[in-house]
Design a protein around this ligand. Structure first.
Ligand SMILES: C=C1C[C@]23C[C@H]1CC[C@H]2[C@]1(C)CCC[C@@](C)(C(=O)O)[C@H]1[C@@H]3C(=O)O
Ligand SMILES: O=C(O)CCC(=O)C(=O)O
Ligand SMILES: [Fe+2]
Length: 378
């Protein structure tokens, strides 16, 4: 990423940068060039307390076999629900195998990422993310943040499980990138359909683990989710920057497939741990919205992504989100005299707008959002 238009670098608080109020033009970085420059631009250098440590211990995450559950075996289902619940009581991360997703589809989804991220920047910018919106192409979120820029490019798009929106992903990608991306669009449409199905199964297990049956599965039946392709080019100084900064996902559930390079780190027991790549497994974690739905019983987990100097790393992240009209409010079984309401009612579009226009999602997003809501209501 070469800086094509350098502007004076302002250190601004990590809220969203609003160019309308500021004179400077947005920075543009080209991933194919910056990696060859000797020094990193200051915007990419993270504060000492957030710089990555590379040799972290591996987190031994339970591999939860979904085969029995998906074939309707009641004993295997109870075991899977118990393991999911135990993982969520600990740190909110778990791995699922025998998930029923075609490995060829996973391989295609990974290889098609190269077809997009390796085209010239000017072509990628056909899908340029607009200020305040979450869909589209973003390179290091230049123009959005002024410091602590992540060393990554992303392409994000909306998914809907509603029957009437059954080609929303393919249509968006083809209409935005051109008809030559039709196969590209089909692969990610199929991939998102598979992710939605898997998410509902996991939501069923989460509901069982909390003693509320299928209420969460039904809540997300017609989900309106976000698919994100994360592309982390090699970096000449990987110990000075981050691919994705420390955060809890503001969404409900994340199903992530990482390639074989490695770089996902999770903060558990006051220490960063790595989650080793496993092609046959999806990494699953709950997000802030599910933490609110569970009335705080399960916690969303702090995690980040580090980069390396040798090879590009890719990850596919499906962020399960409820339909826009759903109110985030825990089932009555999870609210009682001992555990009164922890978070106020809200809708996902409200929290999404907060992260896109007012606050850079980190480890305190839900608390900041709650304060922001109360401030607005007073
Ligand atoms: C709703 C979302 C906002 C982010 C993408 C999804 C879920 C994760 C969020 C994010 C990855 C958390 C770290 C900061 C962020 C800006 C990023 O590095 O991409 C976040 C995403 C976003 O706001 O675009
Ligand atoms: O790329 C990864 O491994 C993690 C990315 C992530 O946490 C995210 O996109 O929310
Ligand atoms: Fe994340």
């Amino acid at each position: 990423m070469a800086i094509e238009c350098i502007s004076s670098i302002q250190s601004v608080p990590q809220t969203q940068k609003n160019h309308k109020e500021e004179e400077e033009p947005p920075l543009v970085f080209d991933a194919s060039l910056l990696r060859h420059q000797l020094h990193l631009p200051r915007q990419f250098i993270w504060p000492d307390e957030e710089k990555p440590c590379m040799n972290v211990p591996e987190l031994l995450v339970p591999l939860i076999d979904l085969g029995g559950f998906l074939s309707g075996d009641p004993i295997a289902t109870m075991k899977a629900a118990r393991l999911v619940g135990e993982a969520c009581q600990k740190h909110g991360f778990f791995l699922v195998v025998n998930h029923g997703i075609d490995p060829k589809l996973i391989s295609h989804a990974h290889s098609y990422m190269d077809d997009f991220f390796e085209i010239p920047l000017s072509q990628k910018q056909r899908a340029q993310r607009k200020t305040g919106e979450h869909c589209g192409y973003a390179s290091s979120f230049t123009g959005r943040f002024s410091s602590k820029l992540p060393w990554k490019e992303t392409l994000s798009f909306q998914y809907s499980a509603e029957e009437k929106s059954s080609t929303i992903v393919k249509d968006y990608l083809c209409n935005t990138l051109g008809q030559e991306f039709e196969q590209f669009g089909k692969v990610y449409q199929d991939y998102c359909d598979s992710m939605s199905t898997l998410s509902l199964g996991i939501m069923e297990l989460l509901g069982m683990s909390l003693g509320v049956g299928k209420v969460f599965r039904e809540f997300f039946e017609e989900n309106s989710s976000i698919m994100r392709l994360n592309y982390y080019p090699p970096c000449q100084k990987p110990d000075l920057t981050l691919g994705t900064g420390p955060h809890c996902d503001p969404t409900s559930l994340t199903i992530l497939h990482q390639d074989q390079v490695g770089g996902l780190q999770v903060f558990v027991d006051n220490e960063w741990h790595s989650i080793s790549p496993n092609f046959n497994a999806f990494v699953v974690n709950i997000g802030d919205t599910f933490m609110a739905l569970s009335n705080g019983r399960y916690k969303s987990c702090l995690h980040r992504a580090v980069v390396n100097s040798k090879t590009t790393r890719k990850s596919l992240a499906f962020f399960l989100c409820p339909n826009s009209d759903k109110v985030i409010s825990p089932p009555s079984e999870l609210v009682n005299d001992l555990t009164s309401r922890v978070y106020p009612d809200f809708t996902w579009p409200m929290l999404l707008e907060f992260t896109q226009k007012h606050y850079r999602a980190d480890m305190n997003t839900l608390e900041a959002f709650t304060n922001w809501l109360q401030h607005k209501r007073n």
